[in-house]
Design a protein around this ligand. Structure first.
Ligand SMILES: NC(=O)c1ccc[n+]([C@@H]2O[C@H](COP(=O)([O-])OP(=O)(O)OC[C@H]3O[C@@H](n4cnc5c(N)ncnc54)[C@H](OP(=O)(O)O)[C@@H]3O)[C@@H](O)[C@H]2O)c1
Length: 213
């Protein structure tokens, strides 16, 4: 699959690198094109250039930028993103008095804001729940049952694209409903990161169903 990556930071490097390793053609687009070139060289991408070029290139396009910038970027490139799978990995979080807090309003999600900014894009929420370092592990690193990547999508074609990206990396796709549920996945990131910061292990809160029953 042709994948455009908008951003040249940690998530762009980790996810773009994992997708390049699993055989996808990755194009890195950055507002700093020298940084995009350096990253493209590092991860073995097929090309690099501006965010506009990355948006034009990808059948799927990852927005690997701060949550506050993602809807604006989507609006700027709404024409190019029309009909494409737009993968939103952002977390709208900031440190608050009791841990990390959402910056979005009640029921609102960044994925939904991206969808409103680029109405013809096929938005998917995914890849926001674990630390960026997890994507550097090779396929098979987690044993016989690969961990899951929850995703929210309305469009079946976009769900198919993200499923292909996830399985290629050796993880398990976990459909988590339509885009109207993206706010829950974003809120889950606030919970998970808050527990990690306190030194806890959020996975322990979710036993396997037979034991829970
Ligand atoms: N890091 C994690 O563990 C993790 C995990 C899950 C989700 N996420 C989410 O993934 C997203 C990216 O995180 P990251 O860790 O990769 O951040 P990062 O390393 O700081 O990279 C951010 C990238 O966004 C670009 N950028 C910033 N503002 C922009 C704007 N207005 N227009 C265009 N590009 C802009 C930056 O470009 P410049 O270099 O030119 O500033 C940089 O390439 C965030 O929304 C974050 O919440 C991160």
């Amino acid at each position: 699959m042709r994948v455009g990556v908008l951003g040249t930071g940690d998530m762009a490097a980790a996810l773009g690198g994992a997708w390049a390793r699993s055989g996808h053609e990755v194009f890195v687009g950055g507002r700093n094109t020298a940084a995009a070139g350096a990253l493209a060289g590092r991860i073995g991408a097929a090309g690099h250039g501006t965010p506009a070029q990355a948006a034009e290139y990808g059948e799927a396009v990852l927005l690997a930028v701060p949550a506050g910038a993602a809807p604006t970027l989507a609006r700027e490139h709404a024409g190019a993103l029309a009909g494409r799978t737009v993968v939103d990995c952002t977390n709208p979080l900031h440190p608050g008095p009791g841990g990390v807090m959402l910056t979005t309003g009640a029921g609102e999600s960044v994925a939904g804001l991206i969808g409103a900014a680029a109405p013809a894009a096929r938005v998917v929420k995914a890849f926001n729940l674990v630390h960026v370092s997890m994507w550097d592990h090779p396929a098979g690193a987690f044993g016989p049952v690969p961990p899951a990547v929850p995703f929210c999508a309305d469009d079946p074609g976009a769900a198919g694209h993200v499923t292909e990206l996830i399985t290629g990396m050796g993880w398990t796709p976990m459909p988590a409903g339509g885009l109207d549920r993206a706010a829950y996945v974003e809120a889950t990131a606030a919970f998970v990161i808050g527990v990690w910061w306190d030194g806890g292990s959020p996975a322990l809160a979710f036993p396997e169903p037979p034991r829970a029953a």
